[in-house]
Design a protein around this ligand. Structure first.
Ligand code: NAD
Length: 261
């Protein structure tokens, strides 16, 4: 269904971004992969995606999205190389877990730069090209933490609530131009980002790893399971297709009921 479309997926060398990139390639889209990874990991991912659909072209762009000019450059270079951009998925993100009194300021700045500001820069760079085509899809991978909070994640929750606001604003600006802008709000998905925060959460709360998984992570999700990246990929493809035309300005929970509490 996405044959011939050009999609940029930020932070797609791993986790949810890679799941979305795979789903796009399966739908026939050309996909620009991005992420900070070792060369052999990048080669491995590009090779896998290249093998999915002969018609879809896969390219890698190594923009460091902490830097505004590189975030802008990712989109501008895609437009030059592929002749346009149809789909932008702002997915790259990081986490840091700490009580606010000891939360390092540089971690706060980094989380705001990557999880919020980078999406503003990429969206700004993509908007004119999408308007000119009369079609555009911007999907922001926010979080259940874009809708509700948890303690010890002050920077992340602030950035994710911010991106839900950005989503609504750009949805209004794109509404008459065939551009939809939505936020996807996953609960816990089993990826390196979640795995890496288990030890810090255990320390912040004074409990074991097993207790973190059972009593903190899955306790939040009434369905008691981690979502998998294929679920997020399928939703992103749906939002880009004809069924997604009137869905805009939303923050869609994919959280097993977490935010229904
Ligand atoms: P991940 O750690 O598996 O992947 C993160 C990706 O971002 C990687 O490709 C990494 O290289 C890239 N990245 C990191 N810093 C970058 C930078 N400066 N410039 C460019 N790319 C950079 O994480 P994930 O779990 O797949 O998370 C993806 C998104 O989903 C994040 O925005 C995260 O907040 C959100 N999210 C994740 C979960 C979850 O449970 N995993 C839940 C809700 C929301």
């Amino acid at each position: 269904p996405l044959a011939g479309k050009v999609a940029v997926v930020t932070g797609s060398t791993s986790g949810i971004g890679l799941g979305i990139a795979r789903a796009f390639a399966e739908s026939g889209a050309n996909v620009v992969i991005n992420g900070l990874a070792e060369q052999r990991e990048i080669d491995f991912v590009c090779e896998e995606l290249d093998g999915i659909c002969p018609a879809s072209r896969i390219a890698y762009n190594g923009a460091n999205l902490m830097k505004a000019d590189e975030a802008t450059g990712l989109v501008e270079e895609t437009i030059v190389e592929f002749g346009g951009i149809d789909v932008l998925v702002n997915n790259a993100g990081i986490q840091h877990v700490s009580p606010i009194e000891s939360f390092p300021a540089e971690k706060y700045e980094a989380i705001i730069a990557l999880n919020l500001s980078a999406s503003w820069y990429t969206s700004r760079a993509a908007f004119a090209a999408m308007k000119a085509k009369g079609y555009g899809r911007i999907i922001n991978v926010a979080s259940a933490h874009g809708l509700v909070a948890s303690p010890f994640k002050s920077a992340y929750v602030a950035a994710k609530h911010g991106i839900v606001g950005l989503t609504k604003t750009l949805a209004l600006e794109g509404a008459e131009h065939g551009i939809t802008v939505n936020a996807i709000c996953p609960g816990y998905v089993w990826t390196p980002l979640v795995e890496n925060q288990i030890d810090d959460t255990a320390m912040a709360r004074g409990i074991t790893r097993e207790q973190v998984i059972r009593d903190v992570l899955l306790a939040a999700q009434p369905n008691k399971r981690f979502a998998d990246v294929e679920e997020l990929g399928a939703l992103a493809v749906f939002l880009c297709g004809p069924g997604g035309r009137s869905i805009t300005g939303t923050a869609l929970p994919v959280d097993g009921g977490w935010t229904a509490h």
